[in-house]
Structure formats: C-alpha cells, structure tokens
Design a protein around this ligand. Structure first.
Ligand code: ACM
Length: 478
C-alpha cells in the first residue's frame, strides 16, 4: 500500500515512490550537519525531529540497509522560499532557494517522518504568496509571552512567516512605549471581562522577535489608530477630541472612539508611539489599523492617514492598514488588509490598478478564526457567519477580493480576535484545525479536500501528543 504523506500545506508537486524506510536517526544528524553552515535554523529544526515519538510504525516499513547519503544545497534559481526534497532508502537530497526554503523543507520532512519511518518521494514546493500570516488580538484579552510563543510555533509549523500582534484597542494597551509610561501603567490593566489585562515590555517584545526569527517568522506590531483608541485615552485625555478623561472600557462595541485628529498633543504622542514601534521592530512592516472609524468624516480621516503615512515613511517602515484606508493617499508600497464584505469594496480593484499599494487577503468568511465553527459553538462570534474547516480551506485569495488583480495580492492572513477567548486552550481550539486550512490557501497549495481531511487526521496525532486542544469538527473523520 502506498501511504500518501500528510503534508500541510500540501506541496505544489509530490511524486510518491514505493514503500517507507525505517528512519535512521543518523540521517537526521547528517542533514543537520549539512545544513548548519548555510541554514542554521533549518539545521536546528532537523536536529529536533524525534524519529520515534510515534509508537505506531507502518507495517510495511523496510529497515534501511544503511544510512542514506545526505546532500543539502542552495539553488538560487528556485523561486523564493522554494525547495525540493528527494527521499529514498539510498539518499536524501534537499535543495532550497534560500534559508527560509531550507526551513520549510525541514518542516515538511518533520511531517512525513511522523510515524518513525520515511516515505520514498520526490517533491518540489514554493509558496504563491510572500506574506502568510496569523494575527493574534492580545488587546481584548491579554496573551503573554508563553502564549505568543505557542502561536508562533503553530504558525511556523504550517509555513506561515508572519505573526501580527494586535496590541491596542479600546479595552487595553499592551506594549511599553518610550516616553509614555502612563500607557502601560493606566491603560493595560483591563480587558473585556474587566480582568487584570497585562502588557509586553520592550524586552518581552525583543525576546518574541528572537523567538519568531529563529522560526523564520517576522513579527508585525499593530497599534490601531485613529479609532479603537479608548484605552489610550484613559492614560492620555489630551489626545481625545474633547480632552476629557475616560474610564476603562470592558464591553465589545466597536467604532465609538477616536483620537483628536489634528491636535499637537496627538501628533507628539504618535511620534513616540510610531517611533517606538519603528525602533524596536526588526521586520519591515508596522500596522497602524485605520478600521472602523465610524465617528469620522472621510476628508478628515484621509487627511489624518496622509500625515500618518508621512510619519511612518520618515521612520523607514512599510505601512499596513485595514481596507477602510484604501482611498487615502498613502506612501508607495503600503499594504491594505481586506477583511469585510460589509463595507463597499467595489473601489478596491481601481485602487489596486492605479496606486502603488498591495493587498493582504483576510476575508472574514474564510480567515476570521474567531468566528464560530457552527451556530451552537460556545466560543466566538457570528457577525460574518460561521467558518467550518472547509470554509477556511476551500477558497482562493484571487476572487475573494473584489476586482483586485492577482499580482496585487501579496499575502493571506488568518485573524484571531479575542473578545470571547480567555485562555490558550480557547485560542488553540479556534486555530485547530482551521489554521492549517487557511495556511493551505496562503501557501497556494493545490486544493484537494479529501486529501486534506485525511492529512488532518495524522496531524491530530501530533496535536494530541503535544497537548494541543483542537475542535473535533464533524467534517473530519478523527
Ligand atoms: C477588523 O476586524 N475590525 C479589522
């Protein structure tokens, strides 16, 4: 019997040979040695693969006569982040375009050796989208370093290369800002339940970026302005339109708060906030929100974003904003994150064709993993419907964004808002098994629902072994 390997996201092309060979741990050590000089992170991952954590060994596994010959080499002619793997009882050959490609190759290997044996196969693979993300809202409920590390691990396992932290909202402010100690003293100690909240120090933030970088993941911080700013105004009344102090907010309404858009107090504050993000963020991008500004006129909102764009450009970062910002004049290279069909998106195609902006696809109906699996699910929301595993899997980024040409779609991001999520167990239950589904769309895998369903069964073994909660969706035969 030929056993189809459970690779998620599925590779672009995979040809299976006959049978499986019992995995020789020396092969993994040899691979780590070959990778170490040019892909140290991939080498470390290879050395961490435990060949015999799964007790069940395939019955037709043949013992390898001797350890396979190992080759791991760079081929810059391959597409970015691309790789190929050629595994047989006699030899293993890993070829990668770059360091991330080598890392994704080892993630693939890690998945195919999951039963203490290795299949004979030849595969070539590369992502369709350079940005593949997971957004985690740490503002509505605070999730600290250990939980964010777990989210980074899951992202990297499914070949996502960006973790976007939604760090501020009406309920809480979650990152230390230089010159503005009141933000974390007064605005971090609350959450949606009126709970204790919390925040990341800049040392925590540096640590998380180290952790992410070691897994080929970039951290994108988001401070949401000019709306979703109530918590900031608890600490700094002078940036409010009326200058009045605010009390902490523990509800889940949106759209009621705004900065004073033109005051010098606001722009001095923004200089400190954007400056801190720019100085302490190693990746190229910072996200500044721009969504749900229901109290503002378009002209004043656009004027604010134009000045904000200049501020970000002065600090040398690429700006990311939610889709509401599309019609403002923004710095070249700005990315717009599409999320809702509920606001008129008919102009987005024209914006994509006539401006130097790109798009990230986060259509709520497929990628908002805080939406309930079904109406009866105890966690999550339903404002854009429910998202079962197949909804997260069976969709194409081109087609989900009205009129936007394929070449303008730079990435796909899954979003996890945490109004109803309080613990890591809640987070994991919403991510699994849907994050691997969105990751398949983000990677641009050839979609095959039946193959994906059976691959998820194999992945569920590894989740159980790792103590990761997941939702046993009735769409999958667990
Ligand atoms: C959003 O969901 N308000 C971007």
């Amino acid at each position: 019997m030929t056993d189809v390997p459970a690779i998620i996201p599925a590779p672009q092309q995979c040809d299976l040979g006959e049978g499986r060979t019992r995995l020789d741990p020396e092969a993994l050590r040899g691979l780590a040695r070959e990778l170490a000089p040019w892909a140290p992170r991939a080498a470390r991952l290879a050395s961490e693969i435990a060949p015999d954590t799964e007790p069940e060994t395939a019955p037709d596994t043949a013992p390898g006569a001797s350890s396979p010959a190992i080759t791991a080499r760079l081929d810059r002619a391959l597409p970015a982040e691309g790789y190929s793997l050629d595994l047989s009882p006699e030899s293993w050959t890993l070829t990668a375009a770059d360091e991330p490609g080598a890392y994704w190759a080892v993630q693939t290997l890690r998945q195919v050796v999951a039963r203490g044996s290795v299949p004979t196969l030849r595969l070539t693979d590369a992502p369709s989208h350079p940005i593949r993300g997971l957004m985690l809202d740490v503002a509505r409920h605070f999730f600290g370093v250990a939980d964010i590390e777990r989210a980074i691990d899951l992202a990297s396992r499914y070949k996502l290369n960006q973790v976007h932290l939604h760090l501020t909202d009406d309920q809480g402010w979650r990152l230390e800002i230089e010159n503005r100690p009141l933000l974390t003293e007064r605005a971090s100690t609350n959450d949606v339940d009126g709970g204790a909240g919390g925040f990341l120090t800049l040392a925590d933030y540096a640590h998380l970026q180290d952790y992410a970088e070691a897994r080929h993941v970039v951290v994108v911080p988001e401070v949401d302005v000019p709306g979703h700013t109530h918590a900031a105004q608890v600490a700094h009344p002078e940036i409010s339109p009326d200058g009045a102090a605010r009390e902490p907010y523990a509800g889940i309404e949106v759209g009621f708060s705004s900065l004073h858009l033109t005051s010098e107090a606001t722009w001095a504050w923004l200089e400190d906030v954007v400056g801190t993000l720019a100085r302490h963020t190693r990746g190229p991008r910072i996200h500044l929100g721009g969504d749900e500004v229901l109290t503002l006129q378009r002209a004043e909102y656009h004027a604010f974003l134009e000045r904000l764009g200049e501020l970000v450009a002065r600090h040398g970062k690429q700006l990311v904003l939610w889709q509401e910002a599309a019609e403002a004049t923004l710095p070249a290279g700005t990315l717009l994150q599409y999320w809702t069909h509920e606001i008129d998106a008919s102009a987005l195609g024209e914006v994509a064709r006539t401006r130097d902006v790109g798009f990230i696809a986060s259509p709520a109906k497929h990628t908002y993993l805080d939406l309930k699996y079904d109406e009866g699910f105890p966690l999550g929301q339903t404002w854009a419907g429910t998202v079962e595993v197949r909804d997260a899997y069976d969709w194409e980024p081109v087609g989900a964004l009205p009129g936007v040409p394929a070449e303008s779609i730079h990435g796909v991001e899954a979003c996890l808002w945490t109004e109803t999520l309080r613990t890591w167990e809640d987070v994991a239950t919403m991510l699994l098994p849907r994050l691997p589904a969105v990751a398949s769309a983000a990677w641009g895998s050839p979609r095959d629902w039946e193959a994906f369903r059976s691959a998820l069964q194999a992945h569920a073994h590894t989740w159980r072994a790792a103590g990761l909660p997941f939702y046993a969706s009735p769409q999958i035969d667990w």
